[in-house]
Design a protein around this ligand. Structure first.
Ligand code: B3K
Ligand code: ZN
Length: 883
């Protein structure tokens, strides 16, 4: 066990302890008098005891609130009537039904945690999920308390001309002393985490959307006035998302207005507050000169995500925070479908799978492993994880595959109709899908309860006499913290068998009369399953787990030639990419071993030829080619090593990239030239693919360390009319020692230093440079005025980028990367525990490194653990990491 001075374990909340609340709050009438130095809030609550609940004290949640007064049914309460501590306010005895009026004071200017009501660029904004509302007023701050809100905002008219909250504006006007007010009413009962307020100097763009039933919805995007020229893409994305949700899920928007506000200081991407989304400006602001194609795609995806929450999250919400994946997993699945419909579905799937396997599989293998419905937490904000979100989406995707699009839609229709206006559990979601389809997902529910990544071991035997192909699939799952035993999962395994020309063989199992053409989904339920396919004319090449039909690790022995064959011929484009990717992983792991054993690196001609063929093969989907040419990341490769060796991974990666560049130089050059931009920037799938492939070719060519190519790269940097091409050039120049590098960084800074989002790119690019002096440069950058510790985007851009995306430098054996991160965690924790906790997680896999690195990382964890005042956010992760 851990021996540190100050780690008293924080209080743990358990799913098994969930109890329905004794009291309900039906309406809340809020009155804010906003002032930056202090804000006063009057909250009037209509409270009643639930039928059947015994009289009990009323315990309201609170955090950092100053209580000014309480009145119960008009009577002022005194200190003998209630009890207060740092976390709650308890009224000992209350009637069955009553009105409570509470006055509170808070200090938004000092709120650096960015939870509750705070100030960003002189404007007021809120973030209440998960438990920020209790930092605004005393409340039953839990998602199963759904109330109707009215909100009156009073503020100085000159400083805060725009006053927004959820729902409809029902009154506004002027007050004395230069103040004005606005009154908002939200007709839909909602949990407190969806409350929002914004006040400030903001400009807006406005548009409208006519819903399928003919209602007009006014759409507004509010930004700081100087950003007004960067909102169009966000607005267009919103309209597309609204139309898509009607077409695909039959979900119509329900209020007469939909507002989005962009703020610079925000802990995460965006927040789906009812009718008033608040966004990190990174996911709103874009114009070709300042935002890359990837930024444009993220904006579209996040706008979609928050919009889709209006049904999957807001109209039907979570009973408690253990059910977070109910809204997040489902909504991520929905936003993935939406984005897939906007470009190449294969490429979108490749991106999502890459992300899942790089980050979620890691989480599953470390101390923070948890099921998508966790059993316990100390700080719920630590559970907004890739497991809850992305693995949660994979679980919904499996349900979608098992039911098919029509069955799934029947299920979601039932779910939305049955539970509209309710706070429910993941179990109720699954039950709706079952009931609508007469399906049985009892075994499938294990995906919600069991953590860990299942592994499939598949092998096939062909019998030429019987013309059968027997596929055996065994499943296992490693133990995770507090779950040593795992039962077999219910797993959809999509597959095809390829004939010698690369066509899918029709698949017929024993006992079936007609074969199924194309991809077939087999269902695994037992620890071992055997499938015998009939009428197979010759030994096929198996293409398993098509489209990554389940979040598992698949082990299947194929030769390099078979993988190259799949890369060239598989009818499933995802699996074409996967075959090349698996081959690259295998080659890189061999190179890593060679490096560790001091052997010289060997070329793999089969791989070079296969990549060459993709590059010159006239494939129409250029984004697909880009992915096929991109090697598995250093981060992802570490997943396959018992003891992670960042240096060996880096050297192997470098060698293979250089090798490909040397051998395919002419093809890369020719492709680079042929994809030159002729028209002005456009955000279309075709143009995005073209730019991506061209820049990938540039990246390879830059591996050749050729001064002419540096020059060519610099020319691209100078001449580009869009940020995608500018950044592509800069981010490869930054690894070099060339004069072009410093020159380009300088020019970029001079041009963009007034634009914080563009400066984030400038910081990140330098932080992930492969140059050995990177940490020194990063430290210098922390001293520049463009870096601000209180701004999460800056912390992520510089410190996060260095520690998470520059493994070879961060893990330098002198330990300086580790102590740098330790320093910043300690500086950040008192300011913003959520962001500090995210950074601490970088150390989670410390046990997977060699002894020397283990000791150095552990030292930092212990150093953090020994600090006297540490947030429970950071504490929870440090304890799990060390124990
Ligand atoms: N629901 C928010 C995330 C809130 C995170 C709180 N720590 C954004 C989203 O997932 O849509
Ligand atoms: Zn979400």
């Amino acid at each position: 066990m851990l021996e540190t001075k100050n780690l008293n374990s924080p209080k743990i909340v358990y799913l098994k302890d969930y109890k329905i609340p004794d009291y309900q709050i039906t309406t809340i009438d809020l009155h804010f008098h906003l002032k930056a130095e202090h804000t006063t809030i009057r909250s009037q609550l209509a409270i009643s005891r639930y039928l059947g609940a015994k009289p009990s004290p009323l315990v309201l949640d609170s955090e950092e609130l100053e209580l000014l007064s309480i009145k119960l049914n008009g009577q002022i309460l005194t200190e003998k009537d209630y009890q207060q501590d740092t976390k709650s306010l308890t009224l000992h005895s209350v009637p069955d039904q009553f009105t409570l009026v509470i006055e509170t004071r808070i200090y938004p200017q000092h709120n650096t945690a960015l939870s509750g009501l705070y100030i960003s660029s002189n404007n007021f904004c809120t973030q209440c999920e998960a438990e920020g509302f209790r930092r605004i007023t005393y409340f039953l701050d839990r998602p199963d308390i759904m109330a109707r809100y009215t909100t009156t905002i009073v503020a100085n008219k000159a400083s805060y001309p725009v006053l927004l909250s959820n729902g409809n504006l029902i009154a506004h006007g002027d007050h004395a002393h230069g103040d004005h007010f606005a009154k908002w009413e939200d007709p839909f009962p909602k949990p407190s985490y969806l409350f929002a307020l914004v006040a400030g100097t903001l400009s807006k763009i406005e548009d409208e959307f006519i819903t399928s039933s003919g209602r007009k919805v006014t759409l507004s995007i509010y930004v700081q006035p100087h950003n007004i020229d960067k909102c169009e893409h966000a607005m267009a994305s919103l309209k597309r998302a609204m139309a898509w949700d009607e077409q695909v899920y039959g979900r119509e928007y329900d209020l007469d207005n939909y507002m989005i506000v962009a703020v610079d200081d925000f802990n995460m991407g965006a927040m789906e507050n009812k009718g008033l989304n608040i966004f990190n400006s990174k996911y709103i602001l874009a114009k070709p000169e300042t935002a890359t194609d990837t930024d444009y795609q993220y904006i579209e995806g996040v706008i979609g995500h928050e919009y889709f929450h209006n049904w999957s999250g807001n109209r039907v919400t979570c009973r408690d925070w253990f059910q977070l994946s109910l809204k997040e997993g489902f909504t991520v699945f929905r936003d993935q479908q939406f984005s897939a419909s906007r470009g190449s579905p294969t490429v979108k799937r490749i991106q999502d799978v890459n992300h899942l396997r790089t980050y979620q599989f890691k989480e599953d293998s470390g101390p923070m492993a948890h099921p998508i419905r966790p059993e316990s937490y100390a700080e719920i904000n630590n559970f907004y994880t890739t497991t809850v979100y992305e693995k949660g989406a994979e679980v919904v995707r499996m349900l979608y595959q098992l039911l098919g699009p029509k069955g799934f839609r029947k299920g979601t229709d039932l779910y939305f109709n049955r539970h509209d206006g309710q706070a429910v559990t993941t179990d109720e979601f699954v039950r709706s899908l079952e009931d609508a389809n007469n399906a049985d997902f009892s075994q499938f529910r294990l995906w919600y309860r069991q953590a860990g990544t299942p592994e499939l071991h598949a092998s096939g035997v062909y019998d030429p006499k019987k013309n059968t192909y027997t596929l055996t699939v065994k499943q296992t799952c490693q133990a995770t913290p507090s779950q040593s035993h795992k039962d077999p999962f219910h797993i959809p395994l999509a597959l095809g068998l390829l004939d010698s020309k690369g066509n899918d063989l029709p698949l017929r199992l024993a006992g079936e009369s007609t074969p199924i053409a194309g991809t077939r989904v087999m269902e695994l339920r037992q620890a071992e399953e055997v499938f015998i396919f009939k009428d197979i004319p010759h030994k096929p090449i198996p293409s398993l787990l098509r489209n990554f039909s389940a979040p598992v690790k698949l082990h299947l022995n194929l030769s390099d030639e078979e993988r190259c064959f799949l890369l060239a011929h598989d009818s499933n484009n995802f699996n074409r990419w996967e075959a090349g990717h698996q081959l690259a992983v295998k080659i890189l792991l061999n190179l890593i071993r060679d490096y560790q054993q001091g052997k010289p690196f060997q070329l793999n001609l089969t791989f070079i030829a296969a990549i060459g063929k993709i590059l010159t093969g006239n494939e129409p989907d250029k984004a697909f080619v880009t992915h096929a040419l991109t090697l598995p990341s250093e981060h992802y490769l570490s997943e396959f090593m018992a003891i992670i060796d960042p240096e060996a991974i880096y050297q192997a990666h470098r060698f293979l990239r250089q090798n490909l560049a040397e051998n395919l130089k002419d093809s890369f050059s020719a492709m680079y030239e042929s994809l030159r931009q002729t028209d002005p920037y456009r955000f279309t799938p075709k143009d995005i693919g073209r730019r991506a492939l061209r820049n990938t070719c540039l990246g390879y060519l830059m591996e050749l360390n050729d001064p002419d190519i540096y020059h060519q790269c610099f020319q691209q940097f100078i001449q580009a009319d869009n940020m995608t091409d500018t950044i592509a050039a800069l981010s490869t120049l930054v690894h070099t020692e060339s004069p072009e590098r410093d020159n380009a960084l300088h020019i970029f800074y001079e041009k963009w230093h007034q634009d914080p989002l563009v400066m984030d790119k400038w910081l990140s690019i330098q932080a992930i440079s492969r140059r050995p002096d990177t940490l020194k440069i990063v430290k210098q950058l922390t001293q520049r005025s463009v870096f601000k510790l209180t701004n999460p985007n800056k912390v992520r851009a510089l410190i996060g980028a260095f520690c998470q995306h520059n493994p070879v430098n961060f893990h330098a054996t002198n330990g300086e990367g580790y102590s740098f991160l330790g320093d910043y965690i300690l500086k950040l924790d008192p300011l913003n525990p959520q962001i500090a906790a995210r950074l601490v997680s970088v150390f989670n896999l410390w046990r997977r490194y060699d002894n020397k690195r283990q000791i150095l990382m552990k030292e930092q964890l212990e150093r953090i653990a020994n600090v006297s005042k540490i947030s429970k956010d950071v504490q929870e992760i440090v304890i799990k990491s060390l124990n």
